[in-house]
Design a protein around this ligand. Structure first.
Ligand SMILES: [Zn+2]
Length: 118
């Protein structure tokens, strides 16, 4: 289901608690911020302190690549934060995913498989 933009919330893809604990100090950076519906962000089955499943990490990689390949004002920022080419950015996200797995217990994906939390 498409989320009306007015209902979208900014979410930390890899959970903010990792930054709070000093385990992922760049978790506030733009590469890690996504739009999510309220259910995913803070609903009963929301993500909270869970690790997004690999297919979601792949989608984040695609999102970041789209920004870099565009004329979006954030493209330079994404490249500075995560790497100038797609391979470097993929390695970057794999490393962040590993940090998340090392410190958090549960994996998460949206309850409704409706890909509404791009
Ligand atoms: Zn959602």
């Amino acid at each position: 289901m498409e989320v009306p933009l007015a209902a979208a919330e900014v979410d930390h893809f890899f959970p903010w608690i990792l930054k709070e604990r000093g385990e992922m100090r760049d978790a506030d950076n733009i590469w890690n911020l996504v739009l999510a519906c309220r259910t995913c962000n803070r609903g009963e089955r929301g993500k909270f302190a869970s690790v997004p499943k690999p297919w979601l990490v792949a989608r984040l990689h695609e999102r970041n690549n789209r920004l870099v390949d565009s004329h979006h004002p954030l493209r330079e920022t994404i490249m500075l934060q995560t790497g100038t080419d797609a391979d470097a950015r993929a390695s970057f996200l794999r490393a962040r995913q590993q940090i998340a797995r090392d410190h958090l217990i549960h994996e998460w994906e949206p309850w409704e498989q409706d890909s509404d939390n791009a």
